[in-house]
Design a protein around this ligand. Structure first.
Ligand code: AMP
Ligand code: ZN
Length: 458
């Protein structure tokens, strides 16, 4: 059965055909690592995980790449303001480099906690500076740029197709006085390279043919995605906020340099809202995954919550709905456990499941099938096999659940080992931090003569 996906570029649900038989290149814009991810960000990575699992379910070999934005993302997406990394460094007291490592690790931890499959390649923007400079040099040679006192800018008027992805009214935007373009010729122009301010020593800066500075935010994704997946690859994703600026600009610069729109499908996850506002790191309007763990939720309850809404609709976060999802997931875990040994999945349920997931990832409908399954008049062993079959895409770790939580999750085991190494290095502070983390996940560390172990704290 073919997979159909909504492509923002053509505004159509299209049948997915891989560019290379059986294989899919999948690029997801990664986090800007100046703070913890919030559960809104994580909703986008969950959507991408459901996408990847659906493709893998259908037999595709997916090559998944995520970048880490560790330089150049300014406080305004429109290239004004300060570099979020330099600002974050002042806030945290860490150097920009230490902070990038710290929040990258925290992000990777969050993905693991939510059972999101790790990409095959992680790449940091700062590890690809020469490639970014080469790309900009090419744009300069092709006449797509101009220089101002603070950087090299992309001249969006040179691009015939500028704003196609977002259906931007480019002329209206350029004529409007709402946004001051500053030294840019037009509000739709964007920075490719910013010069380091003359009166300030930046922590992250590099030499370039145009002077010392740092890359603009969009260039890294054009460069990194094509380096690892080719100049035209299958699917590029991100959150809906990337449609009008970040992805629009990636396409503009790649079209100028390579003559392609970079990806065959552009897919966007819609926002998680909090109190009718978008959840945003910069607005201080955020809930972290850790807050859910602190409130004693199994992190997979958040995964379940994200399955209940289609990725192309906004989802309002509320503790009440999280609570209801906790109850629903608990019921499913218990049934799954009680159904005993699995036999064969039920063919009719599997077909219905595939209809839903392959229809632009209709996870809410696929999830609703689990309720029908519980009530269906088929043997428990088939029910169990069917549910575990669904769980290849849901990723709720249903086969691991035990009533008394005797099974300790992998990450808790990992933290326990990390705590042991910290203790052997006499890093008591780190050891205590890890003990607290284990506790927050619902487990207690017992130091026994034969060595430490964790038990459920309930
Ligand atoms: P950032 O770390 O801000 O660069 O964002 C990382 C990813 O999270 C991007 O794909 C964003 O589009 C996405 N994102 C940001 N805020 C939200 C939100 N409230 N809900 C869902 N996704 C979001
Ligand atoms: Zn990106």
């Amino acid at each position: 059965m073919p997979v159909s996906l909504f492509d923002t570029y053509t505004r159509q649900v299209r049948e997915f055909e891989p560019l290379s038989k059986g294989e899919v290149g999948l690029y997801a814009c990664g986090p800007t690592v100046y703070d913890y991810a919030h559960i809104g960000n994580l909703r986008t990575y969950l959507f991408e995980d459901f996408l990847r699992r659906t493709l893998e379910y259908n037999g595709y070999k997916v090559n998944h790449v995520i970048n880490i934005t560790d330089v150049g993302h300014l406080t305004s997406d429109a290239d004004t303001g300060e570099d979020k990394m330099e600002k974050g460094s002042r806030r945290t007291g860490m150097t920009a480099w230490e902070m990038a490592d710290f929040y990258t690790a925290a992000f990777q931890d969050d993905l693991q906690t939510l059972n999101i499959l790790a990409p095959h390649t992680w790449c940091r923007a700062t590890d690809h500076i020469p490639e970014q400079i080469a790309f900009i040099e090419d744009l300069v040679q092709r006449g797509f740029t101009y220089t101002t006192s603070d950087g090299i800018y992309f001249d969006s008027r040179r691009s015939n197709n500028y704003g196609r992805l977002a259906r931007l009214d480019v002329n209206g935007l350029r004529a409007g006085a709402r946004v001051d373009p500053g030294e840019r010729r037009f509000v739709t122009d964007f920075a490719l390279w910013k010069f380091s301010p003359p009166d300030e020593q930046r922590q992250m800066e590099w030499d370039s043919p145009w002077g010392i500075g740092f890359p603009g935010w969009h260039i890294e994704c054009s460069v990194i995605s094509s380096k690892y997946l080719g100049d035209f690859f299958d699917i590029h994703c991100g959150g809906e906020d990337h449609i009008p600026i970040h992805h629009t600009n990636e396409i503009a610069q790649t079209e100028a340099s390579k003559g392609t729109t970079l990806a065959n499908f552009w897919m966007h996850g819609y926002f998680l809202q909090l109190d009718n506002m978008k959840m945003a790191k910069s607005a201080g309007q955020m809930v972290r995954l850790q807050s859910l763990l602190d409130a004693n939720y199994d992190p997979l309850v958040y995964r379940y919550l994200c399955l209940t809404a289609h990725y192309r609709t906004q989802l309002s976060f509320g503790w009440d709905s999280l609570e209801a999802c906790g109850v629903a997931l608990g019921r499913l875990q218990k049934s799954c456990y009680e159904w005993g040994e699995p036999s064969e999945p039920d063919a009719d349920f599997v077909t219905r499941f595939e209809d839903h997931i392959n229809n632009d990832l209709n996870m809410p409908r696929a999830l609703a099938l689990t309720h029908d399954l519980r009530r269906a008049d088929i043997p428990d062993a088939n029910k169990k096999a069917t549910l575990l079959h669904f769980d290849r895409v849901f990723g709720l770790r249903l086969d691991e659940w035990r009533p008394d939580r005797l099974v300790v999750p992998e990450e808790v085991e990992r933290w326990l080992q990390q705590r042991e190494s910290a203790r052997s290095e006499k890093d008591w502070q780190q050891a205590d931090l890890l003990r607290d983390k284990i506790l927050a996940a619902g487990y207690q560390v017992e130091d026994r003569p034969e060595g430490p172990r964790v038990v459920s704290s309930e």
